[in-house]
Design a protein around this ligand. Structure first.
Ligand code: ZN
Length: 188
């Protein structure tokens, strides 16, 4: 559970640490405001993807489901700065499909935590494989990291792409290419 009092105290301390005066007017409400915001952007900590993915419909014979351009915002766990972009998901159902809104919900569960992109990619793929018993899954994430844009190497516009494959997508280059083509086609 999120402890807003702890966050408020920590932000006050952080402001003092950078040489600010947390009692000046502009900053007076900032610690509590940040605590409320953290409750939202780290709300995925208390959520289970299985709850969303348990809403299933039978769809016998369905061969592949692709949901792409699911936009997300997450927080890099190394710098506590945002990274954001798009998630593309493909899966091969095993007779059952998830409600269409449930894949974006699943993305939210894992995005709203301190996160690294590679791990988020794997967690989404594992959740879909596990809860839908999908025969195959592929997840691709394209994201921009503000910790690369506004500090360090300072390379705005640079995108990081990560993928994870499970089941029938693993070691099946043709299928992976099909998914990539779909993603690229609709982006063009
Ligand atoms: Zn970072």
């Amino acid at each position: 559970m999120i402890d807003k009092e702890k966050i408020t105290a920590a932000v006050r301390l952080l402001l003092e640490g950078i040489g600010e005066d947390p009692t000046r007017e502009g900053l007076l409400d900032t610690p509590e405001r940040v605590a409320r915001m953290y409750e939202e952007i780290f709300g995925g900590m208390d959520e289970d993807a299985g709850e969303h993915l348990s809403k299933q419909f039978s769809a016998p014979g369905s061969e592949i489901v692709i949901e792409k351009d699911i936009s997300f915002h997450s927080t890099c766990e190394h710098h506590l700065l945002p990274f954001f972009g798009k998630v593309h998901i493909a899966y091969i159902p095993n007779g059952k499909v998830a409600g269409l809104s449930k894949l974006p919900r699943t993305v939210e569960v894992f995005a709203r935590r301190p996160q690294i992109q590679e791990q988020m990619t794997v967690q989404i793929a594992d959740a879909i494989e596990q809860h839908l018993q999908a025969k195959g899954v592929m997840v691709m994430i394209e994201a921009e990291h503000t910790c690369m844009n506004m500090r360090g190497v300072k390379k705005p516009g640079c995108k990081t792409v990560t993928t994870a494959t499970r089941g029938e997508f693993k070691d099946n280059v043709e299928r992976q290419r099909l998914f990539m083509d779909e993603v690229r086609q609709w982006n063009a």
